[in-house]
Design a protein around this ligand. Sequence first.
Ligand SMILES: [Zn+2]
Length: 163
Amino acid sequence: MMTRRLLLMGGTGLTAMLGLPWRIAVLSGEETFPVTHSDAEWRALLTPAQYAVLRQSATERPFTSPLLNEHRPGVFACAGCNRGVFSSETKFESGTGWPSFWAPLHEDAVATTQDTSLGMTRTAVNCAGCGGHLGHVFNDGPPVTGLRYCMNGVAMNFKPAAA
Ligand SMILES: [Zn+2]
């Protein structure tokens, strides 16, 4: 099933994915996640900006996230379910205006879906804990993976490592 889903992705995304040590789950749209809430509950739990990104796949305006300049060691956690999704160890300066990483925290931290909105085919990145939309992943990142996880800072909270 994993192989078939990866093949469906096609193109350069396939090459990048198969070349990776990471086996990122690909969503079929029918998954249930460990953390679930009703829409009303999500609206109550999240700020309007968090809700727009996590639950409606909005994109924050570039250069607006305080996490862009977060350089301390630690973990970036999903704002929806508080699960770790990225590490400071894979964060890099992409110049795009969105917090960028070359790998997720671990292979089970995120899942991906094909996103054909806005007339583009992109790979959307979702939290594996609650299914919340975090951002997109592109193939123009730095070594080791060559991937660029372009994340919405508003969808994440930073947890500094214990000193
Ligand atoms: Zn989450």
